[in-house]
Ligand binder design. Structure first.
Ligand code: IDP
Length: 139
């Protein structure tokens, strides 16, 4: 199933470094409509649950502690071809490889503290959006 939605988080590093406004501006100028948005801090348990798919990877513990280290902005976004276009807008996972002008190129410092999350499939966008927002909040 192809949908026109994706899910994003502005991660603790970008929030702490004062980039919320600039990143939201890039997202809106990139043609995305904000469907739902919240400012929230994850507990280590909730961060672990969100990233459970990475449980077996060496960086899981580090990722969970980073993602629960401070507040984040979670949002559901809408645009035609949302998944692919948003991954293009944010750039590669490692900011050192992220194309010029992408959000990770401009605001991320390292592969772990990489400023933003973007869903990698329609199915995951649905799962991740539902993790943060009730059906009423994301209608
Ligand atoms: P993605 O966020 O670009 O989809 P994934 O491979 O799904 O990348 O990894 C999820 C998140 O885990 C990354 O955004 C990053 O924060 C973190 N991560 C990925 N690889 C590493 C690593 O090698 N060391 C530390 N953290 C990593």
């Amino acid at each position: 199933m192809v949908t026109n939605r994706t899910f994003t988080m502005i991660k603790p590093d970008a929030v702490a470094n004062g980039h919320i406004g600039a990143i939201l501006d890039d997202i809106i100028k990139g043609g995305f409509k904000i469907v739902a948005m919240k400012y929230i801090q994850l507990s280590p348990e909730k961060a672990g649950e969100f990233y459970a798919v990475h449980k077996e990877r060496g960086f899981y513990g580090e990722l969970v502690s980073f993602m629960s280290s401070g507040p984040i902005v979670a949002a559901i976004l809408e645009k035609d071809n949302a998944i692919e276009d948003f991954r293009k807008l944010i750039g590669a996972t490692n900011p050192a490889d992220a194309a010029e002008g992408t959000i990770r190129n401009k605001y991320a410092k390292s592969i772990d503290a990489n400023a933003v999350h973007g869903s990698d499939s329609d199915e995951n966008a649905q799962i991740e959006g539902s993790f943060y927002f009730t059906a009423f909040e994301r209608f």
